[in-house]
Design a protein around this ligand. Structure first.
Ligand SMILES: [Zn+2]
Length: 138
């Protein structure tokens, strides 16, 4: 006997033992602003303000804290997109500084504002998927 309850395969038992969580699927649901547990759109109540719990499945979000990670990853990604673009534009067309400012300041702002809630959701989803609860570790 492999220890699996009657009617379940060993593979099903492994999934149950791990809580049935896929960290990748949970991070993707979070990226989309959805609850990592049920996939309903209840992760945020405002732009990056997290709900205390999912209104659909009741999953508590309070123990999951992203802290500075979303800002860090947003800066990392935006910097690696904008800076090479600026260098290419400068090398190819030598535009005036006001052209750089007109292109890349709004671009940086828009990309940052677009990515920040998605990255925060992905971090929260990843924490949920890996059963990390940084808020309870204190
Ligand atoms: Zn939910």
């Amino acid at each position: 006997m492999d220890g699996a309850p009657h009617g379940q395969s060993t593979q099903d038992t492994e999934i149950v033992r791990l809580g049935g969580r896929s960290w990748l699927a949970a991070a993707f649901k979070g990226w989309r602003g959805r609850c990592p547990n049920c996939g309903q759109r209840h992760l945020f109540t405002a732009y990056v303000k997290m709900a205390s719990a999912c209104r659909s499945c009741g999953q508590e979000f309070e123990p999951f804290r992203a802290d500075d990670a979303p800002a860090y990853f947003t800066i990392l990604v935006v910097g690696h997109i904008i800076v090479p673009l600026m260098l290419v534009v400068e090398k190819q067309w030598f535009p005036a500084l006001w052209v750089h400012a007109a292109l890349f300041l709004p671009g940086t702002l828009a990309l940052s504002l677009m990515l920040l809630p998605r990255i925060k959701g992905a971090v929260i989803g990843l924490q949920w998927g890996l059963n990390m609860r940084p808020g309870e570790a204190r």
